[in-house]
Design a protein around this ligand. Structure first.
Ligand code: CMC
Length: 427
């Protein structure tokens, strides 16, 4: 055993247990406790995995103290401002930014793979039309596994690539169909002449026959600034190491289930308010607060230990200084406010909450800062996107991360079935 070890002493018996310390390329080291149960007959107790690394990974790095996020070593600030979402997809899947030719190939491939099997379209039409788009997406992606049973032949890098590209390409279409279904509107099929992000907006907004939506200002084409903003939102959501939904994806992967079923499980996990569902809840909450004058009352509720009310869009398990994604989105929000001439009551309420929370002892002590969901909800509202689509938009962005993590899990020789133990306290 190397000299980098940690010794645990059982103070009841004086027994000593020595474990190797594993060092990564960045971030805290980890104690390799894999033989702990065999050695000691005890388990480690860590609900919520606050101190447990469940895998080694080369994909995403977070330094929560410094507010740092990197995909494949590259800082999020550089990726969000200097690169498109499709470049980020290539980066996450292949480990490097694409060449011009690779980017064109990926773009073309995703455009061609954006169509859903007609059987799946018919199937989704059988879901009640008041269903939330997230349930249609979760069910739709599970159903997709029946149409593409390719996990049986995932052998070559090309097989993996095809499986990954297909699910990434179809997710915006499924999301747009899910929304149109929920409002009883005819589906708009993908337009192969539009880019990934623009196509999604088109499928959401177009009238039957593909005509673009008209609003009181007249003809409403999709504005480049809207596409850019949404593309940035996709990039910021693309991966976030071992968060709850990714942990679910890896756990399902560990059982040998179909990759799309694993992704569907990730979608279900993301839906919760403590995770991706927070972006929808932020707007619900801002609407409930209603006006800047009411903010103090709700801040007091958030601080009251006897009140379950929490400020949605605040706090993070890992970020204890600031969420770098939130910083980027705040800038984007300010830019949109200027360029689209927006100054809504929701934005004013949000700004007031932010000001109070950032100077209030309760939030400072607990290191609670606005997270990505705080601003994404506000920006998506400003872009006129329906609230029920906020979490599906998170899904579209995150799919590449889930699938990259799924592939990494499959290729890791140390991967095992996820099977935590428990401290039994029952009869
Ligand atoms: N409002 C008021 N108090 C809060 C909040 C909040 N949003 N978040 C945490 N706290 C308090 C909490 O009550 C506790 O106080 P005390 O120590 O007095 O008991 C302390 O801060 C620590 O909270 P925790 O629940 O132990 O922290 P956690 O790391 O387990 O939870 C969290 C992290 C994100 C689930 C939580 O902060 C939260 O529920 N936030 C609101 C929901 C939200 O915005 N979720 C999006 C997360 S970012 C994107 C994503 O993952 O999708």
């Amino acid at each position: 055993m190397s000299d980098k070890t940690m010794t645990l002493i059982d103070n009841r018996t004086g027994e000593k247990y020595e474990y190797p310390i594993l060092e990564g390329t960045r971030g805290p080291a980890a104690v390799d406790m894999r033989s702990f149960y065999k050695d000691s007959g005890m388990f480690s107790y860590d609900p919520g995995f606050t101190s447990t690394a469940s895998c080694k990974s080369e994909i995403t790095f977070i330094n929560g103290e410094k507010g740092e996020l990197r995909y494949r070593g590259l800082p999020i600030e550089e990726l969000a401002t200097g690169h498109s979402y499709l470049e980020v997809c290539h980066l996450l899947l292949e480990g490097e930014l694409p060449t011009e030719e690779q980017l064109q190939n990926l773009d073309l491939e995703l455009r061609h793979r954006a169509f859903l099997p007609e059987g799946l379209v018919r199937l989704s039409q059988t879901i009640p039309d008041d269903a939330h788009p997230m349930s249609v997406m979760s069910a739709g992606v599970t159903a997709l596994s029946a149409f593409y049973y390719e996990h049986l032949k995932l052998e070559t890098p090309e097989d993996y690539r095809e499986m990954a590209h297909r699910i990434i390409a179809k997710m915006p279409t499924l999301a747009a169909f899910a929304y149109r279904h929920s409002i009883g509107a005819t589906y708009i099929y993908p337009d192969i002449d539009r880019s990934f992000t623009e196509n999604f907006l088109y499928m959401l907004r177009a009238y039957p026959g593909g005509k673009m939506h008209r609003d009181p200002d007249g003809h409403r084409e999709i504005k480049p600034i809207e596409v850019e903003a949404l593309d940035t939102i996709f990039t910021l959501h693309a991966d976030h190491e071992q968060n709850a939904s990714t942990t679910v994806v890896r756990s399902v992967a560990s059982t040998g289930a179909h990759p799309y079923v694993a992704i569907s499980s990730g979608i279900s996990a993301l839906w919760g308010r403590a995770h991706g569902g927070a972006n929808e809840s932020v707007i619900e909450q801002l609407r409930m607060i209603g006006s800047v004058e009411n903010v103090d009352k709700y801040i007091a509720r958030a601080k009251d230990p006897n009140d379950p009310f929490r400020l949605m869009g605040f706090g993070h398990r890992v970020y204890k200084n600031f969420d770098p994604r939130a910083r980027i989105l705040k800038k984007l929000q300010d830019q949109l406010r200027d360029e689209l001439n927006l100054d809504t009551e929701l934005m004013r309420i949000a700004q007031r909450i932010e000001e109070i929370a950032l100077s209030d002892e309760y939030f400072i002590q607990r290191k609670l800062y606005p997270n990505i969901d705080f601003y994404s909800g506000i920006i998506l509202t400003a872009l006129g996107l329906p609230r029920s689509m906020f979490t599906p938009i998170f899904v579209i962005g995150r799919t590449v991360g889930w699938i990259a993590q799924w592939i990494e899990f499959k290729k890791d020789k140390e991967s095992k079935i996820a099977r935590p133990r428990q401290l039994y306290v029952g009869k």
